[in-house]
Structure formats: C-alpha cells, structure tokens
Ligand binder design. Structure first.
Ligand SMILES: [Zn+2]
Length: 98
C-alpha cells in the first residue's frame, strides 16, 4: 500500500481508496484506464473482423454475378452464400458492438 497525494485537496491518502476520504475526489487508478483501453482495442479488432467478412461477402457477390454468365445455378448459389455472409457479418458486428 502506498500513499499518494489527492489531486484536489493535497492530503495523503491510500492508493487503494476509491475516493479521497476528506474531499471525496475519486482516486485516479491507472489499471482501470488500461483495462478500458484494452476493451476498446478488442472492440476495434472485432469490428475489423466483421468488416473483413463484409468485404469477403462483397467479393463473393461480384464473383457470383460473373458466374451467373457461365452457370446460372452456380452463380445463384454463390450470391446466396455472399448474402448469408454479409447478413452474418452485420449481425455479428451488431452483436459484438451493441
Ligand atoms: Zn482530497
């Protein structure tokens, strides 16, 4: 346990305290900030993952349209897969990020 100075009133208080006992100023806790940052990074990485899936579905969609000219059932199958992919990516992004 270490003593730190309150940024508001300057009194020495425990760094384990949630708030300054004399003025009620909330104590700065670096560990919480780091946790928050990691959480944000995780969200960014997951949204990138869903964005990648969205891109993949767009590529598949274009590929399906090209394939339509050669084989209609095959092209339709690819387009349906692409639509499922983009739907899944959208639901996933919504589910992860709220
Ligand atoms: Zn204080």
């Amino acid at each position: 346990m270490a003593l730190i100075k309150c940024s508001e009133c300057g009194k020495e208080i425990s760094n384990k305290a949630d708030a300054c006992p004399s003025c009620g100023n909330p104590i700065y806790k670096p560990t919480i900030e780091i946790e928050e940052k990691e959480k944000i990074i995780t969200i960014e990485q997951t949204s990138k993952k869903w964005k990648k899936q969205g891109c993949l579905s767009a590529v598949l969609y274009v590929f399906g349209i090209i394939m339509l000219g050669k084989s209609i059932p095959f092209g339709i199958t690819i387009i349906v897969i692409a639509l499922c992919f983009s739907f899944y990516a959208r639901i996933g992004a919504w589910w992860t990020n709220g």
